[in-house]
Structure formats: structure tokens, C-alpha cells
Design a protein around this ligand. Sequence first.
Ligand code: TRP
Length: 335
Amino acid sequence: MEINNAPQKKRALSFIQSSGMFTLGNYLGAVKNWNNMQEEFECVFGIADLHSITVRQDPATLRKQIYSAAAMLLSTGLDPEKSLIFMQSHVAAHSQLAWILNCYTQFGELSRMTQFKDKSQKHSDNVNAGLFTYPVLMAADILLYKPDLVPVGADQKQHLEIARDIAKRFNGIYGDVFTIPEPYIPPIGAKVMSLQEPEKKMSKSDENENAKILLTDSPDAIMRKFKRAVTDSEARVCVGENKPGINNLIEIYSCITGKTADEITAEFEGKGYGDFKLSVGEAVVEELRPVQEKYNMYISDKAQLEKIYKEGAEKAQYVARKTLSKVMKKVGYVL
Ligand code: TRP
């Protein structure tokens, strides 16, 4: 890919956390869109492995999860020929810029982050400084690559907002150093909810296995989980206010087949939820089949995977160091 000083296309950047196998929610809500964005934009995609240790991780598990995240990103269609794909921990500039930006970020504004409040309650035995300054590292991830657009889900909106605030503050003092990124809402994409508590987002950390579809789930497991998905007692496949379970299944089916909600209602007129759940399950199985085949190939060929992520790291280092040097000069460091 061409990361140069005068890009023809707009640049888009996003990262995904490496803690745990991706879910159908990560896929339909984020990664599948990244895949489509590769033609339209010059894309930068990272695995946020530094962010993972804000929660205590077992080393062997962490390593496995990072490999698996890299293999999965490539399997869902990200193409290292078109996009810059790398691991955050391989580019030292992220930690370096994060330190500098820490000194341009206020305690008060970090205290207002809802994710910090939630996570510090959930992990009250380990409210570490990394958990608190997490948004600053995320700001560094973004600002180093000067993207125009950052696709993020609703839960990361506040973090993107603080990244913009930090960038504006820094530019206000030192001149035009950072590009101010805009949030990007992809034209297609689903917000996938838990299959067991459909008012909640599908989460990879959910302890209830039936609540989430992992991208590595076997066809049997996928079918079983959809059959058990929580619905309602109306027994009509249509979008409705008090039908979060069915709304979610319609959203998933629509995102995969490209059919509208009305078309789906027509397709299942006179049929029960049982039939609908089978169809959604089968659509997901077929959608994931080629992804899983590629994943198995990458995960059993570490040499190929390593070649790709090392090349990605080198290209990313080049771009990131340029921005970091400019920042350091502006601040007054001797280079
Ligand atoms: N915090 C994001 C998440 O949990 C991941 C992330 C890290 C990110 N750095 C980023 C997303 C930079 C967008 C841009 O989903």
C-alpha cells in the first residue's frame, strides 16, 4: 500500500482488541465493513494488543489471542497488499506518543469516560493507571497515522471524541501537527446483540456461551445457539418494539443476505420462529465457512502469518516515526 504525503484517497484507521476470539458482532459490526472500505479508502488496521493488558492476562493465552486476531483479520478479507495491517505493540511510537499526550490530557476528562467507570467497577481489584489512560493510548494510535476517518462503534465514540480534543489542544499550542479525525459510520453493518439477553450487545467476554457466536464456532454450535436464541411470544417474524430478540435475528439475517426487514417478514409469513432461526443459523454458517477455512490455513502456517505482520510493522513504524519526530521537535526535544 502507498502511505505517502499526498494520498489520493481519504485515509481510514481502526483497531480491534485482541482479547478473545472475535464474535459475529465484531464481524458484522466492524471487520466486515473494514473489508469493504479497502477499495474506497487508504486503510490502516491495527490489533490493539497493548490495550489488552489493562485487564490481567495469562501470557500464553495472550500470545495465542494475538496470533488468532491477526489470522482472523486476514481471513475475514483484510488484504496486506491494499491496507496497512499490524500489531500495536510492534510500533514503539504508540507508547512514546501516548506518554507525551498524557501530559496534554486532563485527569478530569479521563475521569468522565464511561468505559473507565464501567471497567473499574467490573475489575475493582485492578483499577490500574493503564485502564485510566487507555483513551490516551487510543488517541496516539489514531493521531500517529493522520487518518481522516475512524470507524468505531457507539461504545468507542467518547474515546474518539477525546482523541479529537487532545489533537485540537495540541495543534492549538504548536500549530498544525495532527489531522482531526471524523467518526465514520459505514453504510452497512449491524449492531449484533446477545442471543440470550438481546437488550445487551453481543460481547466476547460474555460468560454464557449461548449468548455469543464466535467466528471459530462449528456449524453445529452455531445452529444450536441460534435454536436457543431468546425471542418473544408473538410468533411473527417482523421488527417490533418489544421484540429485541427477533429484531436482532432480523438484523443479522439482513446484514448477511442483503434483504430488507420487509422482505424478510414476507419470506417468513406464516412460518414460525423455529424456521426463521434455522435460516438465520444456516446463513451464518455459510457466511463463516470460507472465513474459517482461511483461518485454519493461517493459524497452521505461522511463518506466513509472521511474514505479513512483520512487513506491516515495518511500514507502520515508518509512518508513525515521522509523526512522532514532528511532535517531539514541536515540544522541544533535541532530535
Ligand atoms: N478501544 C477500541 C475498542 O475497544 C480499540 C482501539 C484501540 C481503537 N485503538 C484504537 C479503535 C484506535 C479505533 C482507533 O474497540
